[in-house]
Each structure stands twice: as C-alpha cells, then as structure tokens.
Design a protein around this ligand. Structure first.
Ligand code: GLN
Ligand code: MG
Ligand code: MG
Ligand code: MG
Length: 446
C-alpha cells in the first residue's frame, strides 16, 4: 500500500490540513463522520479513536455503544473545497468499525462486505470489480436555500448547452472528482429534464463503494455552489425517468484475468459468468429490498422508463434486469440494472456477490436470454419464457428478503435484522398516508 502512518502525517502537515473527517456508512447508507483536529491524527491512525455508536441508526444494541474507528490508510484524501476560516484544509479517511473488544463490528456495512469478499477468495477469485453508473437530478433552490421541484433545465438525453444548464455544474463536479482520483469515463445529460449521469472507471469492491459514497458527497457539495440541489432519490418526478445506478460487475481470477471472459464460447462468456448470472436471476427477488430500499424505489421499477420490471437477462435489450454489455476481454462484465442510488453500496454489493457466488458454487444455469423487448410481451408469453416479475413494492421485497437465508446471510443477522425492522416501519408509516392522488381520484367521485 502507498500510505503509511508517517507519510499521512507528513502529507497532512505539508498540505496545511487542519481537520480530518473519519468517515463510515450506516446501515441506511448515510455517510457519517467524526471530525478530528490535526492533533488527534496520530491517535486515529494508531486505531485508538473511539466514538459513541449508540446514536447511529441501526448501528448498535444499547449495551455496547463504544466503537473504534479503524482508518483505511489507502483512503487518505485531501478535499479541495472545504476551507475553514483559518485557511486550513480538510482531509478524510474512510474507516472500518471495531467493537471495544477489537473485533469487526457486525453492524458495519463496509466490514460486512469484506466478509463476503473472503468467501470469494476462498472460491479462487482475487477481486470483485464494480463500475457504477449513478444518475441524479439537479433542482433549483428557493431564497432560503431549500430545494424546490423546479428542474434546473429542460434538456434530454445527451443534450448540451445552452439547453443543458447543468453542464457547468456537472463539469465542476467532474473536475473535483478527478482531483480525488476518480478516472471519469463519461458524463452526460440523462433522459429526464434536470437529470444527469457521471461514470468512472471500475475499482475493486471496497474502493468502488467508498467512491460511490464520496461521489454523493461531492455532487451535493458542488451543486450547492451552483445554487442547485442534487438528489439521488430514485423517482422524484411522476411521468419522467427515475434515477438508477447500474452496477457493472466482474470477477477476476488469481492470475488477474477476467473470469467472465472465455474466447472459445459462442457468446465469449465463461461458464462461471453463466453461473453468476444464474445466481443473480435465482436470488433477484430476495436481494431487491437491498438494491431498492425505499418506498419510492418501486415507483421507478415500472414499465416505460428503461428501468427493469422483469427478472431476465439479455445481450442486447435494455428492458431486462441484467444486460451483458458488448465489450469482451478484460472488460467483460455483467450489468445489473435494478440498483438505484438510494441503495447502501456496501450492502448491495454484498448481496449481489453472494448471489453470484451461490450460482458459481452450485452451478446454477441461467434461463435462456431474452433478446426482445419484454415490455411488449404478453403475460402469457412471459410465463412461457419463465420471466417473473421483480417485487413491486417495498413490503413485497422485504418479505422476499426475509424468506431467503442465503441473502440474509450475506448481511449477517445484525444488519439483516435491523434492516428488516427499519424498513418494515418505513412501509407501515407509508401505508397509512392519504396521498394527493387519492384525493384527486376519489374526493369528488364519492
Ligand atoms: N434512468 C434509467 C433507470 O432508471 C436508466 C437509463 C439509462 O441509463 N439507459 O434505470
Ligand atoms: Mg449509463
Ligand atoms: Mg443512464
Ligand atoms: Mg448502463
């Protein structure tokens, strides 16, 4: 690894760093941080920084609230914009969370992902790579700095300025990301007005998830500077496309070769790629709650907006859950299209990896690929092809997750239990609401 304790401390002094954010992610997917002044950096790097985890949603049982933050040296990063009044700079370190007994805390999503990665290594693979494609909306702020539902522009897919007013903001976001070591591959206006997407080069699992979390922070911060609000809510506007976060994933073997690629087969996909897809298809209903964790997520998973509704895979078509992009060789990958940006990336990647590895371990053959538009197939045609529906609500998805020992095991009992409890409450609260749609539809009719 590039960074050592001494190098980080020297770098902090050289760059006039005054504060360090020790960051971690809660079960809900929110980034949390404990900010320490420079004087405490050495202590933090020696793994001696404690914090009280009891206030953090779903993080602990009441009895054991003290936690250690264990900084990942490789995540050392100095922010460019956060200059406090004395001119010093702010840096960050992403952390794992340990208990007071110095064991990995079972409620830490990042530590949990490491556990599933260990299983992957035991099966003979060296890394699981993720290239995400997050989408988001830019909204105008009101005079008090609160987000409005006024979209930032009326642009459409791949439009550019002057229609795309978000362009300058998006460009600033890209510049900021590049300074923080993101290899940006593309950024563009998305289908809906005010909607954008930024893509960067894949990383291995933990780093890729760290980057998603940093990405959200940076997008929101830079948007503010442009007097805009960035939201990753999956479906903010009825009648427009929602925001997804496609996950492009691949497994590498111990020789560093892409294990999904096999030159000798007709589709140039390996046996393991097929089994991985088999696992993703088999467990799709069960992991949906984790990849689409909000009541609102299910307003996106409807027909007509390029979001998946049916459990199927294809090499061409964009309507199914899984698509195989055409690149081969080391870029051979599986694109899972259901994931949305409200998902906790560490949890989503843990269930996806577990589902795929189950496919490999148990040689689960996927069904035949469907290379036509599933939206236009009749229910009878779908039935005949063995194409099932994804869960259509959060409550259905939670029930499917709860009924799957393999998916619950991917998160362990602590996280699974807390997740189910919290999401059940969320749905119960939603269920009781009387919506504007109901008033419009029924008030005058009855
Ligand atoms: N916005 C679409 C979704 O909800 C994806 C559109 C695209 O990237 N082709 O997933
Ligand atoms: Mg894309
Ligand atoms: Mg897109
Ligand atoms: Mg995509």
């Amino acid at each position: 690894t590039k960074w050592t304790k001494d190098r980080i401390i020297a770098d902090a002094h050289e760059n006039n760093v005054h504060f360090i954010r020790l960051m971690f992610t809660d079960i809900r997917g929110t980034i949390k941080n404990v900010e320490i002044p420079l004087t405490q950096l050495e202590k933090a790097l020696e793994n001696n920084m404690t914090f009280d985890g009891s206030s953090i949603e779903g993080f602990v049982r009441i009895e054991e609230s003290d936690m250690y933050l264990i900084p990942d040296y490789d995540s050392w990063m100095i922010f460019n914009w956060d200059v406090p009044s004395d001119g010093g700079r702010i840096a960050c370190l992403i952390c794992d969370v340990d208990t007071t007994k110095r064991e990995p805390f079972l409620g830490d999503p990042r530590g949990n992902l490491r556990r599933v990665l260990d299983k992957m290594e035991a099966l003979g693979f060296s890394s699981f790579n993720l290239g995400p494609e997050p989408e988001f909306f830019l909204l105008k702020l009101d005079e008090d700095g609160r987000p409005t539902m006024d979209l930032n522009d009326d642009g459409g897919y791949f439009d550019f300025a002057p229609t795309d007013l978000g362009e300058n903001c998006r460009r600033d976001i890209v510049l900021e990301l590049e300074r923080l070591d993101f290899e940006i591959e593309a950024s563009h206006h998305e289908v809906a007005p005010g909607q954008h997407e930024i893509d960067w080069k894949y990383n291995d699992a933990i780093r890729a998830c760290d980057k998603i979390q940093l990405f959200k922070l940076i997008v929101k911060t830079v948007a503010r500077r442009h007097n805009l609000y960035a939201t990753f809510m999956p479906k903010p506007i009825y009648g427009e496309s929602g925001s997804g976060m496609h996950f492009n994933v691949s497994l590498f073997d111990k020789e560093g070769k892409n294990a999904f690629f096999d030159e000798s087969t007709p589709d140039q996909l390996s046996k393991d790629a097929h089994y991985f897809i088999g696992g993703l298809i088999k467990h799709a209903s069960a992991y949906t709650a984790i990849c689409n964790p909000l009541v609102n997520s299910y307003k996106r998973l409807v027909e007509g907006y390029e979001a998946p509704v049916y459990i199927a895979w294809s090499e061409r078509n964009r309507s199914p859950l899984i698509r195989i992009p055409s690149s081969r060789g080391n870029s051979t990958r599986i694109e899972l299209r259901s994931v949305d940006p409200s998902a906790n990336p560490y949890l989503a990647l843990a269930v996806i990896l577990q589902a795929g590895l189950d496919g490999i371990e148990n040689k689960i053959e996927p069904p035949m690929p469907i290379d036509r538009n599933i939206y236009t197939m009749t229910p009878e045609e779908r039935m005949a092809e063995g194409v099932f529906d994804l869960p259509s609500s959060l409550s259905e998805a939670i029930a499917e997750f709860e009924a799957s020992p393999i998916m619950r095991d991917a998160l362990g009992p602590h996280i699974s239990g807390n997740f189910i409890a919290e999401k059940t409450m969320e749905f119960e609260s939603y269920k009781k609401q009387v919506t504007q749609w109901e008033l419009n539809k029924y008030l005058m009719m009855y």
